[in-house]
Design a protein around this ligand. Structure first.
Ligand SMILES: Cc1ncc(COP(=O)(O)O)c(C=O)c1O
Length: 360
């Protein structure tokens, strides 16, 4: 990859850093970062009150007492693994999904047990496989809404399966909603509901919501039965107090930033739609098809399963100077799947696909 990047012909269809994709961030006020309040430090473990109020305001029925701020969603996962698991305990995660979890779990001595998602005219949870994944060491169920890279929101029946299992085994849910606002045909409904029947941790953050991963601010909304929420917040406060990892300037800025989020999101939504249209045009009449997509920033391609996907991705890079993700990077079977980003510019996606498709 490093060598290919030096080549002028290189086209990166794996791009995931939105700050390199030509979006216009001028709607984001930066002067708020320099506000005098940033020179004053209050060691607020769960986050500053004004930032927590602003984040809570994005959810219909939560208050600031239910919000924990962290530097990233990845850090929030780490805190939750510490909160819920002893070394050797297990957490259920969907498969395919983003590879981040494997490393995070290993770093926290937690075992990941994958529950398979199935594809029948759209992705869904198979309740029997989900049930079968539970062991006596299971301490939480992770759902990703919408999932990366399958791009599907949890449906009503997925929610019923998740809450059914959570209630039967008294397990909390961890729901990753970092891409919630990026629906192709509208936004999914958040799991952060006051009346959630099981303890539910809902994760989000600026890295996707505002496409600003460099600002390092994420949140966990904790909801469900009041006593469990209270206890979880108390214990999370102790964990967070050990790190105090969120900077003051970004917390000072976040109320103003959240109020203009649609100005960034609309650009990304338009980009994703333009890329989907370009992709569909390119693959029309070829051996490649695209799986149904409801949200997120990438698309899954079904290709003839004739070669190992990692070898294929390397060959494509060497022969066409086009980078794509092999499906197995996201736990798809090792033949027959590729994942492409929809964040880059549509001309590049078209050019990359045109170079690549004859080799498939
Ligand atoms: C589903 C999902 N959750 C979390 C993350 C990481 O988010 P953060 O930058 O807040 O750690 C990613 C990164 O792409 C992701 O795809």
């Amino acid at each position: 990859m490093h060598r290919a990047k030096q080549d002028a012909a290189f086209l990166d269809l794996t791009v995931s850093n939105p700050t390199r994709c030509g979006f216009d961030y001028s709607a984001i006020p930066l002067d708020v970062l320099a506000a005098k309040a940033s020179l004053h430090y209050d060691a607020s473990s769960l986050g500053t009150q004004s930032a927590r109020v602003a984040v809570a305001g994005m959810f219909p029925s939560l208050d600031a007492e239910q919000i924990l701020l962290t530097a990233s969603t990845s850090e929030a996962y780490g805190f939750l693994f510490k909160l819920l698991c002893e070394p050797g305990d297990a957490v259920l995660v969907p498969s395919p999904s983003y590879p981040l979890f494997d490393l995070l779990a290993r770093l926290h001595d937690v075992e990941l047990i994958k529950y398979p998602l199935v594809y029948h005219d759209g992705w869904q949870i198979d309740p029997a496989s989900l049930d079968a994944a539970v062991t006596e060491r299971t301490r939480a169920i992770v759902a990703i809404h919408p999932n990366n890279p399958t791009g599907h929101y949890c449906s009503e029946s997925d929610r019923a399966a998740l809450y059914g299992l959570a209630n039967r085994h008294r397990l909390p849910l961890i729901v990753d909603e970092v891409f919630l606002d990026y629906g192709v045909e509208g936004r999914g409904e958040t799991f952060a509901q006051a009346e959630a029947s099981a303890l539910t941790f809902v994760l989000g953050g600026l890295s996707k919501l505002l496409a600003m991963p460099q600002m390092k601010l994420a949140w966990t909304a904790v909801c469900g039965p009041a006593r469990q929420v209270h206890e979880a917040m108390h214990r999370l406060e102790i964990i967070a107090d050990t790190f105090l990892s969120v900077g003051t300037p970004v917390q000072t800025a976040v109320p103003a930033w959240l109020s203009v989020r649609h100005k960034i999101q609309v650009q990304i939504q338009q980009r994703v739609s333009a890329n989907l249209a370009a992709l569909d045009l390119c693959i029309q009449g070829t051996v490649v098809s695209r799986l149904k997509l409801e949200g997120g920033w990438c698309a899954v391609l079904r290709i003839p399963a004739v070669a190992d996907d990692v070898e294929l991705a390397i060959r494509l890079l060497e022969e066409t100077r086009v980078a794509v993700h092999p499906g197995s990077f996201y736990c798809f079977p090792s033949r027959g799947w590729l994942v492409v980003s929809l964040l880059g510019n549509p001309e590049q996606l078209t050019a990359g696909l045109q170079r690549m498709l004859p080799r498939l």
